[in-house]
Design a protein around this ligand. Sequence first.
Ligand SMILES: [Zn+2]
Ligand SMILES: [Zn+2]
Length: 157
Amino acid sequence: MHHACHVCGDSDAPYCCEDCFSVNLFCCSCMITLHQNLLLHRVKKWQDGYFHSATLKQLGLCIQLGDHAEQLCHNPKPARNNNFVIIDVHGIHKVALDFCDCTNASSHYRQLLHRQLYPATSTDPRTAATFAVLEHFHLLSFESKGPAYEFYHSLAC
Ligand SMILES: [Zn+2]
Ligand SMILES: [Zn+2]
């Protein structure tokens, strides 16, 4: 199976995405470009005659938090040990995630919430859930944070 990248024509195009409405194959850099705002898609890599599961983190995608609109953050601060986990409806994703460490940056907790990620802990969060997963489990209640909080603690352990 030798298909060129559907976007750029690069001959090294072993990747496809389970969550995009597409069966096309892409090269690594086009895959990252296509997923700048689809951070939790599940990707596969064609190798040795079959598809292996892969992650966007392995391909080099990094989630940059902070309020820079589409601009680059000049003070990215990687999550501790480059270890960050996002819980989504489809499962648990290990991601590369950089906080914004600019002087006017808000707290890590707020940076996550701003991207619709609900941190498991308020200080030094290393796990977060998508708002979609909270809705899925009917846990999104801003009046009472009790159940969501316990839910995260059980998932984080
Ligand atoms: Zn390409
Ligand atoms: Zn995708």
